[in-house]
Design a protein around this ligand. Structure first.
Ligand SMILES: [Fe+2]
Length: 210
């Protein structure tokens, strides 16, 4: 079975950017998470319009968090910058250089992903096997989406949880903001190779935090 072991999330809030727009969103998100009491569909439904409003605002993401990272845990120079982290909520930016593509990966948590800058092509997969055979996974493609600034997609495992994302911009990186129910960069999750029908656990890490 794939590993799902997590490092313990922090007891207290960890802030990596100082932004009134982000802190207002975090306050709202934490209230929604508490009031929807682990009904993740409802969490996503109520949270999404607030996230859409955050994506419409400009200049709250510091330049440092909008940069690629040559040391990337995801390969391809992809920057994964932690913006905020607590027990119940993690927010990070994912900066994909032009024409770079992520491995096919999962997230193992509910989440909202929204485009802050640029364009992406997202390929969504579904797992066909039952996960009982170590190292083996069979995938099929269930969707191919062109994602532009302001667009939001949902992760609600198993729905939409396995995907790869390619930046379709020519000169500037594509930047998405991830609002996640787990500490996605710190946990052991999985990457997939459909041609070899293989699955491998990995930890993407963050570009700016352990
Ligand atoms: Fe992803």
């Amino acid at each position: 079975m794939p590993h799902t072991t997590a490092l313990e999330p922090p007891e207290t809030d960890q802030w990596f950017v100082d932004s009134p727009e982000l802190s207002e969103f975090v306050t709202t998100a934490k209230e929604i998470i508490a009031s929807t009491n682990r009904n993740h569909t409802e969490t996503l439904n109520i949270l999404e319009p607030y996230f859409a409003a955050l994506l419409q605002k400009r200049d709250w993401l510091p330049e440092h968090f909008a940069q690629p990272n040559p040391e990337s845990g995801l390969g391809g120079g992809i920057g994964q910058w932690l913006l905020y982290r607590s027990q119940e909520l993690t927010i990070f930016s994912l900066v994909i250089p032009p024409n770079s593509i992520t491995p096919i990966h999962d997230h193992l948590s509910w989440g909202l992903v929204g485009l802050y800058q640029g364009k992406q092509e997202e390929t969504v997969y579904r797992r066909l096997d039952n996960g009982e055979l170590e190292g083996f996974a069979q995938l099929e493609i269930v969707g191919l989406y062109q994602v532009k600034r302001g667009d939001i997609y949902r992760l609600l495992p198993p729905d939409g949880d396995i995907h790869s994302v390619k930046a379709t911009t020519v000169f500037t990186p594509s930047i998405s903001i991830h609002v996640m129910g787990n500490d996605t960069g710190s946990i052991l999750r999985n990457k997939y190779n459909p041609e070899q029908q293989s699955i491998q656990s990995f930890c993407s890490g963050y570009s700016n935090a352990p």
